[in-house]
Design a protein around this ligand. Structure first.
Ligand code: TYM
Length: 333
């Protein structure tokens, strides 16, 4: 499909809190790349319905996440920012793609298996169909690049498989996207258990840091962070806690791991943890301040989301039109 610019797309589910893992694994690269691509960033609210949400809290959280996108500096003048549920083409394409995805493929997804094990009382169709919705999100915009953390790699591979399968039958309909998974910081670990991913819905409040968290709370959580035996600040496999803190520190400061190791030679873990907390607090300070202003201005947020959805629909409807035509559905005049 003809495009003037390369397209980049990504999204976050509005569940729990937006964490420093989401920032380091995804948003940081969005900010880096947004000038070089036609960038599409959405709030993946339909994805979040796969687990039960309290409707009142859910609505507030989705708007809060949207304000956090803007607070980071995602620019609605340059990029397309919107709520997934405002663009019905996502589910229109999903249905078509469902018919090109095998049940076995969906059942093999690690996240489906994990979430099914966690929510045994609610293994709904949406949970299994989630990666197909994600494929629709991506393929709708003829996306070239998808910046995500490592946990989304398998979903991206499925997206590519679906796109190739469709193209093989119908010609060059979809751009086959590439993932952009950072070499460092693609999997930030929990502060309470450095062998588990930092998750935005972790029930343990000490496990994750929100990108709009108050400085004293950030400091407290880092001071409590689980570390390893020994006292050397060194990146190594047998030191998952310290290695995770070093990753966070370097991602927040732009220093390399060896520069950071050098800096903390002879310092104890306690001192190191405080320095990591300070680096996080400083990086997030402008985000928190900007967020505090934005979240009060509902009219502005609503207007940005409305304009974003209009732009998104303009592109997305062309893809759906093309796909439906290829499939032989009778055109609506
Ligand atoms: P979600 O909402 O779980 O996470 C949002 C982004 O943050 C990354 N991420 C992490 N990176 C590093 N360390 C961590 N601990 C960490 N936790 C999360 C994720 O990899 C992701 O990039 N299915 C997606 C949302 C989505 C999407 C899309 C993304 C829906 N449609 C289309 C890209 C393209 C998800 O649940 O991400």
């Amino acid at each position: 499909m003809f495009k003037e610019q390369k397209v980049l797309l990504s999204g976050i589910q509005p569940t729990g809190i937006m964490t420093i893992g989401n920032y380091i694994g995804a948003v940081k690269n969005w900010l880096k790349l947004q000038d070089d691509y036609l960038s599409v960033y959405f709030i993946a609210d339909l994805h979040a319905l796969t687990v039960r949400q309290n409707p009142t809290e859910f609505k507030q959280r989705a708007l809060s996440f949207f304000a956090q996108y803007l607070a980071f500096g995602l620019d609605p003048e340059k990029s397309i920012l919107y709520f997934q549920s405002h663009v019905p083409e996502h589910t229109q394409l999903q249905w078509a793609l469902n018919c090109f995805t095998y049940v076995g493929e969906a059942q093999r997804m690690t996240q489906f298996k994990d979430k099914s094990a966690k929510h045994t009382d609610n293994i709904n169709m949406g949970l299994m169909d989630y990666p197909v919705l994600m494929a629709a999100d991506i393929l709708l915009f003829q996306t070239d690049l998808v910046p995500v953390g490592i946990d989304q790699k398998q979903h991206l591979e499925l997206t590519r498989d679906i796109a190739i399968r469709f193209n093989n039958q119908f010609g060059d309909v979809f751009t086959v996207p590439d993932g952009y998974i950072p070499k460092t910081g693609a999997k930030i670990m929990s502060l309470a258990d450095p062998t588990a991913k930092m998750s935005k819905s972790d029930p343990d409040p000490n496990a994750a840091i929100s990108v709009i968290e108050e400085p004293d709370s950030i400091m407290r959580k880092f001071k409590r962070a689980v570390t390893d035996s020994g006292n050397e600040v060194k990146f190594s496999e047998d030191k998952p806690g310290i290695s995770n803190l070093l990753s966070i520190y370097t991602e927040m400061t732009g220093k390399t791991i060896s520069e950071a190791e050098e800096e903390f030679v002879g310092h104890g873990y306690g001192d190191f943890k405080s320095k990591v907390a300070e680096a996080v607090i400083e990086r997030l300070r402008p985000v928190r301040e900007e967020y505090a202003k934005l979240i009060k201005d509902k009219a502005y947020l609503t207007e940005v989301a409305k304009q974003g959805a209009e732009k998104a629909r303009y592109i997305a409807s062309r893809t759906v039109g093309k796909v439906y035509k290829k499939l032989g559905l009778v055109a609506k005049e």
